[in-house]
Design a binder for this molecule. Structure first.
Ligand code: ATP
Ligand code: MG
Length: 137
């Protein structure tokens, strides 16, 4: 069994589609092993997206991620990392396949509804960034 970290970003939380997005995961056979709604601090968002610190869109990305609460979840299942990325669709919703979360719920590349870990190794670090072991079951 593999685990991945999902974030329902501030745009999707504000739209009231938390339940619809979690349903996509569960309907695809991913179990919600942990979930919570939190308001990220600027320090949280900068640390979480540190890999993008040198990119031109970094400040906009951080501003967006702290613009409202997010829902972070641990998803568990066979091939969870790739399965979640498939369900999410392309980073830019204009390029996302029909029926994906970003095609259905995202406005643009800045406000793109969800984050998902991009490798099993990063997933372990991202899960520990948000959750204590006793919060995951
Ligand atoms: P995420 O990490 O949020 O799941 P991703 O893995 O599909 O998204 P990354 O390349 O990791 O994409 O980029 C992280 C986030 O930075 C994207 O979700 C997007 O909001 C923003 N971003 C990425 N590329 C661009 C870009 N060219 N212009 C503006 N924003 C961008
Ligand atoms: Mg990414």
């Amino acid at each position: 069994m593999e685990r991945t970290l999902s974030i329902i970003k501030p745009d999707a939380v504000a739209k009231g589609v938390i339940g619809k997005i979690l349903d996509r995961f569960e309907s695809a056979g991913l179990r919600v092993a942990a979930t919570k709604k939190i308001q990220l601090t600027r320090q949280d968002a900068e640390a979480f997206y540190a890999i993008h610190a040198e990119r031109p869109f970094f400040n906009d990305l951080v501003d967006f991620m702290i613009s409202g609460p997010v829902v972070v979840s641990v998803l568990e299942g066979e091939g969870a990392v790739l399965k979640n990325r498939d369900l999410m669709g392309a980073t830019d919703p204009k390029e996302a396949e029909a029926g994906t979360i970003r095609a259905d719920f995202a406005e643009n590349i800045d406000a793109n509804a969800v984050h998902g870990s991009d490798s099993a190794e990063n997933a372990v670090n991202e899960i520990h960034f948000f959750f204590a072991d006793r919060e995951i079951s």
